[in-house]
Design a protein around this ligand. Sequence first.
Ligand code: AMP
Length: 480
Amino acid sequence: MTSFNDLGLNPALLTAVTAGKYTQPTPIQAQAIPPVMQGRDLLGIAQTGTGKTAAFALPILHRLAAADRRPAPKTCRALILSPTRELASQIAEKFRAYGRDMKLSVTVVFGGVGMNPQVQALARGIDVLVATPGRLMDHMQQGTLRLDAVETVVLDEADQMLDLGFVHAIKRISQALPKQRQSLFFSATMPQNIAQLAAGFLKDPVRVEVTPAATTVERIDQQVIFIEAERKRALLLEIMADPTITRALVFTRTKHGADKVARHLGGGNVPAAAIHGNKSQSQRERALADFKAGRIRVLVATDIAARGIDVTGVSHVVNFELPNVPESYVHRIGRTARAGKDGMAISLCAQDERAYLRDIEKVTRQRIPSTDRRGDEKLAAATAAEPRGENRPQQQRPHGHGQHRGNHRDGGQRNENRRGDSNGSHRSDGGQRTEGRGGQPQGAKPGQKPGGGRRFGKPQGQRSNNGGGQNRSSQRGSVH
Ligand code: AMP
């Protein structure tokens, strides 16, 4: 098995990975680091959680240190494009951590914050620049940054970039890059439109694919609870009474829904915050910092806001609403099993979400065990009478998984911020698409336990592990 020592990385990087308690490279790191160190282009099919940031950051830092050139003013040597502010910040943090003993400068630029500090940082010239596309274009247009000295460019989370409407920005940025360069391209999925974008961006790339989606799903204990939509908030409070839930991410489909759920939790003495595209940068940063530090136990998030959030130790993911794009389910629950840790995912499924559940089970090729023995006769009876997956939801559902992901996402996340770096122009606000039925929750009151002390910790002997290992490409294929 490859070790970090075998890779021939700069000793300063080896010290940093050891300090970060990385004992051995993850599969994407073992496969990507050697060719990237050699200067090859790379097509990486991998999602957040696989260790892909280090897979590109380590060899980039290695090469930058080896060439030992100073960046000219208003230029950068390595450019990392990230779809969201959160992910951009995290990537920059990782570059700083891995490069802590190297004399390389790292700067991050994204929208929603003032331009001036960024302009000043860029003026000196930067070794590693992490940027969201919108703000990067602003700097290019204002002449505060040129891209003609970029040695290595990384396009991270390309599928997310396209979903967020960044395709034109990416093409414009590509045109401003030098022809002679190293290019790395990462995407969790590779439908045709992404493959086309990659083909235009890369030259003779090495292709590296890891299979996190199905693998991740298998490592996580999953439960579905059938519940009427209007009772979900009461049930969520009840779930949170379980002390084994130390750090939970709760997913809603809409921003408005996220706020409502966070308020409800707060009202029930469960410290929570919501994170989504309508929050200011400082609100988002504070919520994330509070969550990381354990000051709040629950972070309520929409899919886009949560993408790329790297918080270790998330014990539980709760799908307050099921996503109507099955891949989002895989992304969501993957937040609780980062870097080898296992976790627990609980999905609250209302009547009109049964078809979403069926699609999720199809894609993950697993049946999610249901916990509908709640001492709730009515609900149990309704569940028993109705086989899963019947009664398709009233909302329009996406068709033909995989080929037109952008449209799918649009269908599913209409109220989410359409741009990751919120320079403002493409936002669609508000929306009560799935929370409109609302009103006060009925039935179980906070703290009341109809099921009698039910626990949501890991059920003993119910692990859904299909045997470990990395090679699950057949399942991976079905996730596309
Ligand atoms: P990423 O996919 O880059 O977002 O990384 C997911 C998480 O895995 C981050 O918390 C990393 O710090 C961690 N990580 C990355 N590489 C390794 C490794 N080789 N060993 C242990 N943890 C790692």
